[in-house]
Design a protein around this ligand. Structure first.
Ligand code: WT7
Length: 651
């Protein structure tokens, strides 16, 4: 839940509105206001029409089969995602158009036209085939933002192999867990990666991760090169540069995939247990992401489109790789940090390439605000015509700042609500049609039937409740890899037949949806989902820790920050060294992104009489609020002790 009540109040009092610009509307891909109603009346007909933008080797016989909670889309259809993203564009006027513009953190850049990208992908597909990768095999990918990353994904898609990308900021242990769950046979990784001019030793992490797993071969991209020192294990490790030399230069025949064949797995955190392998299939996913590129991002052939996400997350899968490339767009992909070498790097990239569409995260915008306007004002951003945000609720001040200093009060902003599970944007404005309100993702997109309901499933007229999606959509997850039971319970357990995203939302008098945050114990740190359970398990794995409770407290820049409450075992004392060690344990086990911001030590955790940890109280403490009702606590003195620590810290 959005836990800062003051912020929430401010959000719900937001009254500014922005009508679409008539010039924009006139030229927009989606500019017929009847589209919402028509799609709502017959979602299948809408998706059937959208699916005509995909090239099918064999047309589908049926649009949808819905046996809740299992959906099948475009039944009987045959297609290939890589063919749709690359090859089909090589046959027409886009052949020599820039597909991918890659900008390295250190400044170098590479441009791949659709034709060049096609040759790279085909050669990589030959290489992976030589290494034994076949249709249906899982390939784990642990790479920084280098061109080999999208090339690997597309090569897998061309073969029909299932990729599972693990964000390069995750630890060796997180990588290992995902490799094991997916039973991957190949790992594609890099020697190291650059982050703010420093090296991150990816190969060393990979070595630790693959030992005694299903991984037979490790393919190593030299992302850093000479300066990185790595060791290669004979018979297991191979260098990309050498293997690609051996691979054929002939075109690689695209595998004919069934619409329902799996395209990829992507792991995401939930309330309990291990991260879930979200399953996306070929036909529906591609129709979903391709449609939203045209509707939400209004993509045109002249556009230069820049999404700042990492391909390690779903945003990068859908809106750097499959969405824009399936639409034949020019995509800018940036390797590094926004403040390297200086804080104007994004603005510099926009100016350098003439970016027209810019998609980023609210946490980045809040960081830019903190840095001040001089960086953004130093650059000519006049090519921009559309801005987008994703990952977490955007506070109205950040929306206004983006509007004023980046959009120069001219460009529409699309706040896009969606999830790893939904595959594509679900609640977002159509920039040529939808009036926007800073802080609201506005309305469900055409073809998406979503609503806010109370705990009994009754629609809320105006006010707060559970966000639900009442009808299937093409790019929805099909299941959780290896655990269909978990899929049913997590997403369809509360309201049978309706998909439950796990977000709380508010509906206003215009029917606009304001996403408030997670209902479950998932923390959203800078737009990244982290399960409280995962962090708690990492903490209790340390020999000094008896018990741990983790919460997300509101943070001005990150949205939420991780706070941990720890009970030490007998014989251990709180100290700065202990705090540093515990934080490091979490970073080692999960990744730096999960490192707690602060750790409080306590002799006991506040629990209800039924032994449930009262996270609400912990949040109150972490945010320095006057405490709410503590009457159900077993031992109210626990709170007094914790409060003292918080106050001590503030002094
Ligand atoms: C969760 C999904 C979708 C790509 C990035 C995150 C939150 C996402 C918004 C938004 C308010 C948002 C939700 C959601 N979220 N976009 N525009 N407004 N909240 O993907 O890691 O699967 O996380 O991010 O809480 O459930 P993810």
């Amino acid at each position: 839940m959005a836990n800062d009540t003051k912020q929430l109040d401010a959000l719900l009092k937001e009254e500014r509105t922005f009508e679409p610009n008539p010039e924009f509307t006139q030229r927009a891909n989606f500019n017929d206001p009847a589209i919402y109603e028509n799609a709502a009346r017959d979602p299948e007909a809408y998706w059937d029409e959208q699916a005509q933008n995909i090239t099918w080797f064999k047309p589908y016989d049926k649009v949808l089969e819905w046996d809740a909670p299992h959906a099948k889309w475009f039944l009987g259809g045959k297609l290939n995602a890589a063919y749709n993203c690359v090859d089909r564009h090589r046959q027409g006027p886009r052949k020599n158009k820039a597909a991918l513009i890659w900008e390295g953190e250190k400044g170098g850049s590479k441009v791949f036209t659709y034709d060049m990208l096609g040759r790279e992908v085909d050669r990589a597909a030959h290489m992976l085939t030589n290494l034994g990768v076949k249709k249906g095999d899982r390939v784990a990918v642990y790479l920084p933002m280098v061109p080999e990353l999208p090339i690997t994904l597309l090569a897998c898609a061309k073969i029909g192999a299932i990729h599972t990308v693990v964000f390069a900021g995750f630890s060796a242990k997180s990588l290992r867990d995902r490799i094991e769950d997916a039973n991957a046979k190949l790992l594609v990784t890099a020697d190291a990666s650059w982050r703010r001019g420093k090296q991150v030793p990816l190969k060393a992490f990979a070595d630790e991760a693959v030992e005694n797993t299903s991984v037979e071969k490790v393919l190593v991209v030299k992302a850093v090169g000479e300066e990185a020192s790595i060791s290669l294990t004979e018979g297991r490790d191979l260098l990309w540069d050498e293997e690609i030399e051996r691979a054929s230069r002939e075109p690689f025949p695209a595998a004919e995939m069934d619409a329902e064949d799996i395209l990829y797995l992507l792991y995401t955190s939930g309330t309990t247990g291990k991260p879930k392998g979200i399953v996306h299939t070929t036909g529906g996913y591609l129709v979903g992401v391709n449609t939203s590129m045209r509707s939400v991002f209004d993509i045109k052939d002249e556009d230069v489109y820049f999404c700042t996400a990492d391909i390690g997350w779903v945003t990068g899968h859908s809106y750097i790789v499959y969405g824009p490339l399936s639409a034949g767009a020019t995509v800018v992909m940036y390797e590094g940090a926004p403040d390297y070498p200086d804080r104007d790097r994004f603005w510099d990239i926009i100016e350098k390439y003439g970016v027209t569409i810019f998609y980023t995260a609210p946490t980045s915008i809040r960081t830019f605000m903190k840095w001040g306007t001089s960086y953004v004002e130093k650059h000519d951003l006049s090519t921009l015509r559309l801005l987008g945000t994703v990952g977490e609720p955007i506070n109205p001040e950040a929306w206004m700042w983006f509007h004023k200093y980046v959009g120069k009060e001219k460009t529409p902003i699309v706040d896009t609500w969606w999830q790893t599970e939904t595959g594509c944007a679900m609640i977002a404005p159509l920039p040529g049609l939808t009036k926007t309100k800073p802080g609201s993702a506005t309305k469900p997109l055409p073809g998406i039937i979503a609503d806010v309901v109370d705990d009994d499933g009754q629609p809320v007229e105006k006010g707060g409740g559970n966000l639900v999606i009442k009808y299937p959509w093409p790019s929805m997850l099909r299941t959780v890899w290896g655990d269909d039971e978990r899929f049913r319970n997590t997403y369809f357990g509360k309201f049978p037949g309706w998909y439950l995203p796990g977000d709380a939302a508010h509906k206003d008098e215009d029917g606009y949806i304001w996403i408030l945050g997670r209902i479950d114990d998932v923390i959203n740190v800078s737009g990244h989902r982290i399960g409280t359970m995962e962090v708690e398990s990492a903490l209790v794995s340390h020999p000094a820790v008896a018990e741990a409770a983790v919460i997300g407290r509101s943070d001005d820049v990150k949205g939420q920050a991780i706070t941990a409450f720890v009970i030490l075992k007998e014989g251990y004392e709180p100290s700065n060294a202990m705090t540093a060690e515990l934080k490091e344990t979490v970073a080692e086990q999960i990744g730096k992104l999960a490192r707690p911001e602060e750790i409080y030590y306590t002799a006991e955790l506040p629990k209800t009489r039924s032994a449930k940890i009262m996270r609400r109280l912990l949040r109150d403490i972490a945010e320095g609020r006057v405490l709410g009702d503590t009457t159900t606590l077993t031992d109210p003195s626990v709170i007094e002790e914790l409060k003292k620590q918080y106050q001590h810290k503030e002094e």
